[in-house]
Design a protein around this ligand. Structure first.
Ligand SMILES: [Zn+2]
Length: 361
């Protein structure tokens, strides 16, 4: 089979899940919420034709405007025709619009998918047109409700276009939108397909990394010897070929002598603290190297030097352990004993100084 065919076959379930999620977010979820009386609305504001002065008292039905209801899952644009004023072509809020009761002079345009005027032949037959755009994260489908003028008055029921009307809950119409918005559908499909892929791929990648880190076969999870000097070329359980990594430098498995390092760091810290205490009491540093460093760099420099040394010894222990475990362990234990000697000496000095000060006189 050609590689692109097998790749497409593997991508197919994710694309299917992406399509299902796109449809669900565009009509399923808004319908479910609407049936429970949870509205689409969050933010409502009006756009007015910009030539009208919004600082004046808003006329009841004199001017054309768009009432915008912007929600998480759906946006509704209710386009209202001017009642009395203006020529018939000017009665719909086309062109630049301005937000009502706002100081901002920004000119707004509703999205292209919103119907902002009735067609020329029946331009005076309707008094408002609602367009609802649904879909998340991008609006993918639209439904329209056209409100017809009847004998100069408003008809009770709107005409629904590009939509299936299911009923009314809490004064809101339940609609399944039909009109596809191509750009939104493409963007939603891309988003939900990659999200579906990530939802599967991310936990798998995490498991792989964890297995790799803890010295297990990435494919079947069979535990390999974490301290083995050379790694097996193949997993003994499933036969997959393992990456060649003789010293274990690339992946760092667990450390070999963690308990020893804790003691080593603890004793080294004690050494620093006790040295500080003794110097504070006008004592003398007996270690010539340490005395030189304290002289030149001060106590801070000595602390930095000490911990750099500790780090270096630990790294050496780990390197040695990967070549020969017993050699690494020997170095770790030797390091603890050697760093413990000055601590014991300092403790003895301090004890003597505290309880038998006559010795030092
Ligand atoms: Zn395996």
């Amino acid at each position: 089979m050609r590689p692109w065919i097998s790749r497409a076959r593997r991508a197919f379930p994710f694309a299917l899940s992406g399509a299902a999620m796109t449809m669900f977010m565009a009509s399923g979820l808004p319908l479910l919420l609407a049936m429970r009386g949870i509205g689409p609305g969050a933010q409502t504001f009006s756009y007015w034709k910009s030539e009208y002065d919004s600082s004046l008292e808003p006329p009841a039905q004199g001017y054309a405007f768009i009432e915008v209801n912007r929600g998480f899952l759906a946006d509704t644009y209710l386009v209202n025709r001017a009642g009395r004023l203006g020529e018939s072509l000017d009665r719909w809020p086309t062109g630049g619009l301005r937000e009502r009761d706002s100081e901002s002079t920004r000119v707004h345009h509703p999205p292209h998918s919103v119907i902002t005027e009735a067609p020329l032949a029946e331009v005076d037959d309707f008094y408002s047109i609602g367009t609802t755009l649904t879909g998340w994260p991008f609006r993918a489908f639209a439904s329209e409700s056209w409100h017809r003028l009847k004998n100069g008055g408003a008809s009770a029921l709107p005409e629904f276009r590009c939509a299936t009307h299911l009923g009314v809950v809490d004064g809101r119409d339940l609609l399944i939108p039909h009109r596809p918005l191509v750009a939104g559908i493409v963007a939603d499909l891309a988003f939900w397909t990659s999200a579906s892929w990530a939802a599967v791929a991310f936990p798998l990648a995490l498991r792989r990394r964890k297995r790799e880190k803890y010295g297990k076969c990435v494919d079947c999870g069979h535990a390999l010897d974490p301290h083995a000097v050379t790694r097996l070329p193949r997993c003994p359980e499933c036969g997959i070929s393992l990456p060649h990594d003789p010293l274990g430098f690339v992946r760092s498995p667990e450390m070999h002598f963690q308990n020893a390092y804790v003691w080593f760091i603890f004793i080294s810290s004690l050494d620093i603290m006790l040295t500080w205490k003794i110097l504070d009491m006008n004592g003398v540093e007996v270690n010539p190297v340490a005395a030189l460093i304290i002289n030149d760099w001060g106590m801070q420099g000595a602390v930095a030097f000490k911990f750099a040394l500790v780090m270096w010894v630990i790294v050496m222990c780990e390197l040695l352990a990967r070549l020969r475990r017993s050699a690494g362990r020997f170095l770790a234990i030797a390091a603890i004993i050697i760093s413990a000697l000055p601590v014991v000496w300092s403790l003895a000095l301090l004890t003597l100084h505290t309880f038998m000060p006559s010795v030092f006189e």
